[in-house]
Design a protein around this ligand. Structure first.
Ligand code: ZN
Ligand code: ZN
Length: 98
């Protein structure tokens, strides 16, 4: 299946600070990483906002949670899905974050 563009759009700048030096964060990891990649559930982040142990998404559980909610919302909107129980997203990722 073809890869879809990121739910954060085609622009390759850090979502938080707009730095042009970005790494791609997969909003879901391990066994769901392939799906995240295919569905565009990825966000460009600079190295600091990606990897910093305190402020980066890999160090900050609240920021991780924010991106999961936000990405689900954006994904459902892009796919034209309007379901109160979010069943299509759950079938894809295994959980509802909204
Ligand atoms: Zn940044
Ligand atoms: Zn990452």
């Amino acid at each position: 299946m073809a890869k879809k563009p990121s739910v954060y759009g085609p622009e390759k700048v850090c979502y938080i600070c707009k730095s042009p030096y970005v790494e791609i964060h997969h909003i879901w990891q391990s066994d769901r990483r392939v799906i995240a990649d295919r569905e565009g559930l990825t966000v460009p982040l600079c190295h600091f906002h990606h990897q910093d142990p305190r402020y980066g998404v890999h160090g900050d559980a609240k920021l991780r949670e924010f991106f999961r909610k936000d990405a689900q919302r954006r994904w459902e909107e892009r796919e034209g899905i309007d379901e109160p129980n979010h069943e299509t997203f759950i079938a894809l990722i295994g959980e509802n974050y909204l």
